[in-house]
Design a protein around this ligand. Structure first.
Ligand code: NBP
Length: 483
């Protein structure tokens, strides 16, 4: 036994993680159901480090130093269950089995509880950054016992991405499903951020008449400021790309139906269960869904919009268009702050619900590099929660609150323009509604309560007195106290 870590499942993710461990000086046992992949890894990348290829599960387990750290990187769902069970049979108490796939956190909780009974540590970990991140440094979000982190953590810290201040983008997120929960919310935020960027593009193109290349230039300039992020950077790249066959902008030849693998949907389903409003993430999931409903779209395609063609493009003078681009930047930034605030609300709610004790600032810290939502901005979220761990919402942070206030004129102008031009901006307008909803002195929820009491005797509370009340709507309309 000479390997400090083992990786089973050597498709793109597993192979690149194994190489990353090896390049960092670890001896890595490698295994795959189909041996050809194991052989291929050793043939192609053998010189990068020390690999111990294992032809069977028994050989794989025997190659690992104790306590064994064994990482499973196979297809999520039933294959993951099958592989975990296979290795749990061969493992011994104290060993650590890690699932680095995209598991639902409830599955991770179930698996962790079952393995804990057998004395085996189970670590469900989020890994973000795709193929390239896995090789060069991902953001890693491990859950599980503190004891498992003691043996595994130092290795993860070596292979993880580095934040600008040099610290590794991984931390012990919390017990059982905490790591996969946080990864799920990361993906939910990613959906929201991508939707907001898509809306900004759509508005700049259809309301202001900018070309994809001009929009790429605008995005590049935004990337120098507070919106500096990986997603903005790749958006500019995609917008400058030309299709080789037709010479047209790439963005114009791609079918406009956005797909999804399910983590955004999980986030929204979980938020509904927790009773938490995350409209930024929900609107993004629904916008992707709407784009894919071709039958609904073609049935509605001839519905009238505001004015006709000329109102949409070329209607703004260059000065107006430039001013509009600034307003869109403000709207994008403010809406992004709102979406991230909702993401952190969700992490807090999950942490309370499942007793995970997640450090909200450290989650921001490990997303500063390696993952898809990496951005300069995350360091500000980190310091907001580090300075005030009890911050009830990111919007209450004085810095973010000030920025939202400053952005609101541009934000409102952008949403107004979207409505006027008939360009859908559910993310930006929903974010603004959330902002206005939270800051409202009085909400029409009071009227909703009245209606509920009218038709269902659901009762209400009063602003001026303690207790539960009901009005006898069908009778003399006197107010009574049901209890
Ligand atoms: P895939 O999700 O495509 O899975 C392929 C691997 O699963 C192969 O090693 C395959 O073995 C193995 N496998 C299957 Br399928 N069924 C198996 C079974 N019953 N028993 C044993 N092995 C089985 O690989 P991936 O794209 O590298 O992703 C791995 C995990 O990482 C997934 O959970 C994914 O959701 C997650 N993830 C992926 C990304 C990404 O960017 N791709 C990012 C973050 C997380 P074989 O070679 O014998 O067929």
């Amino acid at each position: 036994a000479s390997a400090q870590i083992g990786v089973t499942g050597l498709a793109v993710m597993g192979r690149n993680l194994a190489r990353n461990f090896a390049r960092n000086g670890y001896t890595v046992a490698v295994h795959n159901r189909t041996y050809a992949r194991t052989q291929e890894l050793v043939d192609q990348f053998g010189e990068e480090g020390t690999f111990v290829p294992a032809a069977s599960a028994e050989e794989f387990v025997a190659a690992l130093e104790r306590p064994r750290c064994l990482m499973v990187m196979v297809k999520a769902g039933a294959p993951t269950d099958a592989v975990i069970e296979e290795f749990a049979e061969l493992a011994e108490p104290g060993d650590v089995i890690i699932d680095g796939g995209n598991a639902h956190f409830e599955d991770t909780r179930r698996r962790e509880a079952a393995l804990r009974e057998r004395g085996i540590h189970f670590v469900g970990t989020g890994v973000s950054g795709g193929e390239e991140g896995a090789l060069l440094g991902p953001s890693i979000m491990p859950g599980g016992s503190a004891e498992s982190y003691a043996s595994l953590g130092p290795m993860l810290e070596r292979i993880a991405a580095r934040a600008p201040d040099g610290s590794p983008c991984t931390t012990h997120v919390g017990p059982d499903g905490a790591g996969h929960f946080v990864k799920m919310v990361h993906n939910g935020i990613e959906y929201a951020d991508m939707q907001l960027i898509a809306e900004a593009y759509d508005l700049l193109r259809r309301a202001a008449g900018f070309s994809p290349e001009e929009i790429a230039r605008i995005f590049r300039s935004w990337n120098q400021g507070r919106l500096d992020s990986y997603l903005i950077e790749i958006t500019a790249e995609v917008l400058t790309h030309k299709d080789a066959d037709t010479g047209k902008p790439f963005v114009d030849i791609v079918a406009d139906r956005a797909e999804q693998k399910g983590t955004g949907r999980w986030t929204v389903q979980t938020a509904l269960g927790l009773g938490l409003p995350v409209p930024g993430i929900a609107e993004a999931v629904f916008a992707r869904s709407l784009s894919g409903h071709t039958e609904l779209r073609s049935a509605a395609a001839s519905l009238p919009g505001p004015g006709d063609g000329e109102a949409r493009s070329g209607a703004m003078s260059p000065e107006e268009a430039a001013r509009f681009a600034d307003q869109v930047e403000q709207s994008l930034y403010a809406s992004k702050v709102i979406s991230y605030a909702q993401g952190w609300d969700m992490i807090r709610a999950g942490s309370e619900e499942y007793d995970w004790d997640i450090d909200l600032s450290s989650v921001a810290a490990i997303w500063r590099a390696g993952c898809i939502i990496r951005a300069a901005f995350l360091d500000r979220i980190r310091s907001a929660f580090a300075g005030n761990p009890g911050l009830p919402t990111l919007l209450a942070d004085p810095e973010f609150a000030r920025e939202l206030g400053e952005a609101q004129d541009g934000w409102r102008a952008t949403v107004t323009a979207a409505v006027r031009h008939g360009v859908p901006a559910p993310g930006m307008s929903g974010a603004l509604a959330y902002y206005d909803g939270l800051r409202a002195d009085r909400l029409p929820a009071a009227l909703t309560q009245g209606q509920r009491d009218y038709f269902g005797a659901h009762t209400y509370e009063r602003t001026d007195r303690e207790g539960t009340f009901h009005t006898l709507w069908a009778g003399d309309r006197n107010e009574v106290r049901p209890d």
